[in-house]
Design a protein around this ligand. Structure first.
Ligand SMILES: [Zn+2]
Length: 104
């Protein structure tokens, strides 16, 4: 029997992932200068997650240090998103460029 059968691993939360998704969602509402097709957005999410340390916690506990670590992670995420945006603008991964001509 594996760990995932014995214990409820759904209780593990990747806090970094949650923050990244929240921030990118907000960015998509606020800005119109980058492509929002599925390929580019998934690319941006993957790039950002690859450049920020994962931060797992259990859903039962809040941050143990009063959110100090989360603040630090948020700064890392902001930087990573900036790098990711630059990358998808320079090398978009979508096939069809028609839809983004308005962002040029
Ligand atoms: Zn795109």
């Amino acid at each position: 029997m594996g760990l995932e059968d014995k214990y409820d691993l759904e209780k593990l939360r990747n806090r970094t992932m949650e923050l990244v998704l929240k921030k990118i969602e907000k960015l998509m509402e606020e800005r119109d200068d980058f492509c929002k097709c599925e390929n580019c957005i998934l690319d941006l999410v993957a790039y950002t997650l690859n450049h920020v340390k994962p931060f797992y916690m259990t859903s039962l506990l809040g941050p143990l240090d009063g959110g100090k670590k989360e603040k630090r992670i948020e700064l890392e995420i902001d930087l990573a998103i900036k790098g990711g945006l630059k990358r998808i603008k320079e090398h978009p991964h979508h096939e069809d460029n028609k839809n983004i001509s308005k962002y040029d």
